[in-house]
Ligand binder design. Structure first.
Ligand code: GTQ
Length: 361
């Protein structure tokens, strides 16, 4: 196409009208002219691009388990896990409907596996975590390691690991999936593939990785260079008592209570490079001081009851409820009655790796 033809095509397109609204006719004409060459005036948009403080499209929101469980189960009557590949109801941030995002960088959903069902093996560049919320006894297999999942377990399927799920128990199982898909897609780096066998050839015994790497030792020959944790299931029954030990021996942090971090045992870093998770014990009637950070955070209540004020909104939560605090929104928790346990996850490791994470306390 010669230059004149290209200009003609472009002047037909909507792009040419972007800055038509400029009040100054000379500027408007200039914008129109440069638009023909796919150019635009930075000065019209600079304040939005380099804002004084984070400006994100993301609302505080809560999904109360008791209200959504019946809908998750109802979805189970519409199609099989196999048909769906992953039968998940997406937790869509109300400000980001239709984008499959709970925050700007993360996806979350509630996955259902009915007794006898299998969600076949696949792998993708997006990393996933599961937090088990309802039922007991279904498994996830990750690169040949099978783990049976129970309430509160934190299960990893890191980037490009083969994974499938199956339910050999007698009850439906529901868990929270959190994936970094929006992050991976932001970079345009999504790859995936289906794997032939629906069930992987399990070469390793159940919870092999926790046994190998969860006791402060390293078997000879272990390659410890991985930036993703080798532990597939941080079992709640092993992690939860650590919070009680912290409570017996120290004071709660004014923002986060007694909090631990799910770590990569090879290097003490986060369990995944794109998503970081914590578990907090908030003592009875604890009121946290307001806190804000640049990582929009997904919380899940595992025990107890309370309310979290996020900006001007207060969200009341109880066990299995999922709620989200947007980037840089100040939040504070108030426990109602006995102690509460909150799981949380965000994109903090990714922001830290890029040197852009900030907090204010
Ligand atoms: O279990 O592999 O919620 O691939 C979304 C995409 C779960 C999974 C989701 C997935 C999975």
């Amino acid at each position: 196409m010669d230059a004149a033809a290209a200009t003609a095509v472009r002047s037909d397109s909507k792009k040419a009208r972007i800055y038509e609204g400029s009040k100054d006719p000379k500027r408007a004409a200039f914008y129109e002219k440069i638009s023909q060459r796919d150019l635009a005036p930075l000065w019209e948009v600079l304040k939005g691009l380099v804002s004084k403080e984070p400006k994100v499209i993301c609302d505080p929101a809560i999904w109360r388990f008791d209200e959504v469980k019946s809908l998750v189960i109802e979805g189970g009557g519409l199609l099989t896990a196999q048909e769906a590949e992953r039968r998940v109801l997406v937790l869509e941030n109300p400000a980001l409907r239709g984008q499959s995002k709970i925050t700007n960088s993360l996806f979350a959903g509630l996955q259902l596996i009915l007794p006898g069902e299998i969600a076949g093996a696949h792998r993708h560049t997006a990393s996933a975590i599961r937090l088990i919320l309802d039922g007991e006894g279904a498994y996830t297999q990750v690169d040949g390691e099978k783990t049976i999942m129970k309430y509160g377990d934190f299960v990893l399927t890191p980037n490009w690991t083969a994974h499938d799920h199956g339910n050999e128990s007698k009850v439906p199982m529901i868990w929270l999936d959190v994936l970094d898909m929006p992050t991976v897609n932001f970079f345009g780096t999504s790859f995936s593939e289906h794997l032939d066998d629906t069930v992987q050839n399990t070469a390793r015994v159940d919870n092999d990785s926790l046994w190998r790497f969860g006791s402060g030792v390293l078997p000879d020959g272990t390659d410890t260079s991985s930036i993703q944790s080798p532990v597939i299931n941080y079992a709640y029954e092993r992690v939860r008592p650590i919070l009680d030990r912290m409570k017996k021996t120290g004071e709660p942090d004014k923002h986060h209570g007694y909090r631990l971090r799910y770590a990569n045992p090879f290097n003490g870093g986060w369990s995944l490079p794109t998503m970081g998770a914590n578990l907090s014990l908030l003592p009875a009637n604890f009121k946290s001081e307001a806190y804000r950070s640049t990582d929009g955070t997904i919380f899940v209540c595992l025990e107890g009851k309370g309310a979290t004020k996020i900006g001007n909104e207060t969200l009341e939560w109880g066990p299995r409820d999922v709620f989200v605090a947007p980037t840089w929104a100040p939040y504070s928790h108030a426990v109602k009655g006995g102690e509460a346990v909150l799981f949380s996850i965000s994109d903090r490791p990714a922001q830290e790796a890029l040197g852009i994470w900030r907090e204010l306390n």
